[in-house]
Every structure is written in C-alpha cells, then in structure tokens.
Design a protein around this ligand. Structure first.
Ligand code: BG6
Length: 490
C-alpha cells in the first residue's frame, strides 16, 4: 500500500491559472494529493493570471475541469467541495505591476507557509515574473520557483531564461520540470538498475547490442499548433523527455538519491553524446511530418491542414545516437518520437547480444537474443524475453518466452499522474527529479548541433501517413545496421 507522507503547509501560486496545463494537469494532480490526505488543511492553491476573475468563478472553472479530467470514481462531492475551499485567485500581470500588491497581501496573511510559484505560462514571461517576485518582496527561504518546459528554443534562449531566473532564485530553489521524470516507471528504472545486482553486471557494451527508446503518440497537435509549429518533435520531446530517459538508462550509479548526485551522473551522459554534424545527419536522423491518414480507424487530417499554412516543422524524429564512454562505446541508442503514430506507447528496449555460439541444432534455436522491455505507458511494466524449451516431445525446440510484470496487476492500485509526485516534491524541496541548469543547457547544446545540421541540409521533412510508424526512412535508419524497431501488436 502507498504511504502518504503529508508535506508542510503551503501556498502554491500558479501563474497561468486559466491555461491548459493548469486545467488538465496541475489542478487534477493537486486534487488527488488532497484526496489522499497529503495536503495540510492550512494550505492554499492561489491561481494567478491576467484575467479578472472572482474566486467563485475560479472555483467553478476548477470544478468543471476536475469533472473532465479526474476519473468519476475518484470524485466525490464532499471531497471536491472541501478541495475547492482551498482555492483562491488573484488577477496579476506577470509582465507589469498590476495586481502584485493583492498577491502580496494574500501571501502576507500566512507568512510561514512554503511558497512555490509555478510558472505555467509562456517562457517569455519567466524572467519578468521572477523580477516582480523579487521587486514585491516575495522571495525568501521558503519560496521556490517551478519552470515548465520548454526552457528556451535553443542554447542561447535557454541561457537567457536561466540567467533571468537565476538573478532572483538560487539554483536550489529552482525546479525545472520534465514531467517524464515523475512517471512511476521512470522512477522504477532507477529501482531496476540500482536495487538489483543482476542488471548492473549486464549493463555494458559487451552484453548489450543496442538500446531503443520510443515515445509514440496518437494525438496530433490538438489546440497547440501555434506553439508546436515553432517547436517540432526535436524541441518538444527529444531534447527533454527522451534525453532524460536516455540519461537514466545510460548513467552510472549515483552516490545516493540526492538531487546533485543523480544530476551529476545524468550530466555526464549528456556531455558524452556525440554531436550530430551536417556530414552524418542524413545517415543518422530522419525528420517526418504527418499527412492525411487514419488513427484508431478514424480518418485524420494532415499536419499542414490542421495548421492552415505551409510549414517544414517535423512532427516525427528518429535518430541514432552515440554515448561516447567506456561503458557504451559501440552501442547505438535509437530514439524516435512522433505525433499521429498508430499507438500511444512509450518504452525503452534494451536488446542484448545474441548467444555467441549455439549448442542447439540451428533450426530449433531461432537465436533470439534476450530483450528487456520497460513499458512506461500504457500498462506500465517490464518484460524480459528469455529462450525456453517448447514443452513436450519433438526434439529440443526453443522459443522466446516472456518474464512479464504488469505493475498494474501486481500492485493493484491507481498509478498517480507524474505531476502529483513532482508538485509535492517541490514543497518538500526535493529536486532529484528535476533538471539542473547545466543539464538543460548541455541538452540544448547537443540539440543545437542537430538543428544546425538540419538547417545546413535544408531538406524538407519526409511525409508519413497519420497512423503509420513514421517515414519509411526511419525503418531504413535502423535496418541499415541489421536491426529492427521493436513493434508488437498490443
Ligand atoms: C509534452 C509535450 O511535454 O509531453 C506534448 O509538449 C506531448 O507535445 C506530451 O503530447 C506527452 O506527455 P505524456 O505524458 O502524455 O506522454
């Protein structure tokens, strides 16, 4: 059973209170934490945005949001009403002076609370909101600032944001969210690697042939085309979520779970990524953009139709990456992500080398190498494929069989959303699952090398029909090396 450890009493100030992230993710996550008894009764959640809204209107909006985004079984009227009582609202202009004295007055009512300021706004506002927080005397030992991705769109803009925020908050009080780090199975990756002896001994280039990381989505760009078109799959998913998964897969054992120990090890992996150049970009990367097709049996429009104008932004990216270190020399990491793919699926596949020699008659062996599949979503779990003998007579016939753990079936409890864990970690001041400034910047430096190589080649993205696994070139990318993407029909 889960153990609920209540956090210290807080005033969570959420800038961008009427936005999509707050509505879909933050408020439902806080509701769940409240329902589970983790939020002390004296805590408040204070929505802040430019809209002039009465507190009652903010509560009514929140009630609607929770009815949409929390499972009906988890919503009971009494808990909902009690949760809404903890909500407050102030109209504040993040970029100007308006409304700040009202926020100050509200926070002054409870000076001893932990004060996280969650910036669920456009990153353009991060600097000015932080300057205002300082100017109006709201930054103290118990305050923290939470930054949503994207932190910039390249190294230069990321540095500018980090500088602006860093002028106001010391690094220990800055929490850069990558919500993939809050996913249960991502934390399980730490347990798998560092709480079991069997895997660590095998986690080397001698035994591992290659690693694949796939984050596939069936959705298109939804209502976010404006943002997405300035970003694309590389900036939106690869530079952050997928590189973080790569770091946790490839890093050495940290000294302990302290934020800096873990982040020091992830940073070494990022530093070891071989930059991609104009010379090799065509061999090792594929950019794609979806065109009309069908997902889940339903016809869907192409990206350009959704957008309403021409664009070369990629909605799919696949690449082969090298981690230049002793442990990983010669072991390629194949990464891919895209919108409008056939399944929502995130997984890490560790493909071991084939047995060096077969004592079995060739036709019965199949020579399937072992494979560890770590499923992040859906149906979180792990599967290790091992060779076994087919039962009964008929000779020594071998086939791969799965040692399969479904976390849902094993633990029989609700899997909390990533934001639930992360929002509470901010209150606790535990930054282990957040990104440090240097990590974000090194990841951008690597992404910039790829963006520059693409810009130099000036190739348009390759078309792929919505509902397919991306451009055929992505299949060729891995098959050239004599390997295939792990694709199982589920
Ligand atoms: C976000 C991206 O960070 O992650 C979105 O901006 C993407 O484009 C989302 O859809 C995916 O998150 P999840 O948790 O649904 O895999």
């Amino acid at each position: 059973m889960a153990t609920i450890i209540p956090v210290a009493s807080f005033d969570y100030v959420v800038f961008g209170a009427t936005g999509d992230l707050t509505t879909r993710k933050l408020l439902p996550a806080l509701y769940h934490r409240y329902k589970d008894g983790q939020i002390p009764p004296t805590s408040r959640i204070i929505g802040a945005s430019r809209s002039e809204l009465a507190v009652e209107a903010f509560r009514a909006r929140t009630q609607d949001a929770l009815k949409r985004f929390v499972a009906a079984d988890d919503l009971d009227e009494a808990t909902l009403a009690a949760f809404l009582d903890h909500l407050d609202y102030v109209a504040v202009d993040g970029a100007g002076d308006d409304g700040w004295p009202d926020l100050v007055a509200k926070l002054d009512e409870r000076p001893d609370q932990v004060r996280p300021f969650y910036l669920a706004t456009s990153p353009d506002l991060y600097g000015s909101i932080c300057r205002n927080l300082a100017k109006f005397g709201l930054v103290g030992e118990k305050s923290r600032v939470v930054l949503e991705k994207p932190i910039g769109k390249d190294l230069k803009s990321a540095r500018a944001i980090n500088d602006a925020v860093g002028e106001v908050f010391p690094e220990e009080q800055i929490f850069r969210i990558d919500h993939y780090l809050g996913k249960e199975t991502v934390q399980n990756l730490l347990a798998l690697r560092f709480a079991n002896t069997i895997f660590d001994r095998l986690w080397t280039a001698d035994v591992i042939d290659h690693v694949q990381i796939t984050v596939a989505e069936t959705v298109g760009v939804e209502g976010r085309a404006g943002y997405y078109d300035t970003s694309g799959a590389l900036r939106d998913m690869l530079q952050n979520h997928i590189l973080q998964l790569l770091c946790l897969t490839a890093m050495e054992s940290p000294l302990n779970l302290d934020a800096n120990s873990v982040r020091d090890e992830k940073l070494k992996v990022l530093r070891a990524l071989k930059p991609i150049t104009a010379g090799d970009v065509q061999q090792v990367t594929v950019r794609g953009q979806y065109v009309q097709g069908a997902v889940d049996g339903k016809p869907v429009e192409g990206y350009l139709n959704e957008l309403g104008h021409d664009s070369r932004t990629e909605t799919f990216v696949a690449c082969k990456v090298e981690v230049q270190s002793w442990r990983w020399a010669g072991v390629p990491f194949y990464l891919r992500t895209g919108k409008r793919l056939p399944q929502k699926l995130s997984e890490i596949v560790v493909q071991f080398r084939a047995a060096p020699f077969s004592i079995f008659p060739e036709e019965s062996f199949g020579r399937e190498p072992n494979r560890l599949v770590i499923r992040l979503q859906p149906q979180e779990g792990m599967k290790l494929e091992v060779m076994t003998k087919d039962p009964g007579p008929g000779g020594m016939r071998l086939r791969p069989t799965n040692l399969d753990i479904s976390f849902e079936e094993t633990f029989k409890q609700r899997y909390p959303d990533a934001y639930e864990r992360l929002l509470m970690d901010v209150v606790r001041g535990n930054a282990t699952l957040f990104m440090r400034r240097d990590e974000v910047e090194v990841a951008w430096a690597w992404a910039d090398s790829l963006l520059k190589a693409w810009a130099d080649r000036r190739e348009p993205p390759r078309a792929y029909p919505a509902g397919s696994w991306g451009p055929t070139a992505a299949i060729a990318l891995i098959e050239r090396d004599g390997r295939t993407w792990h694709e199982e029909l589920r």
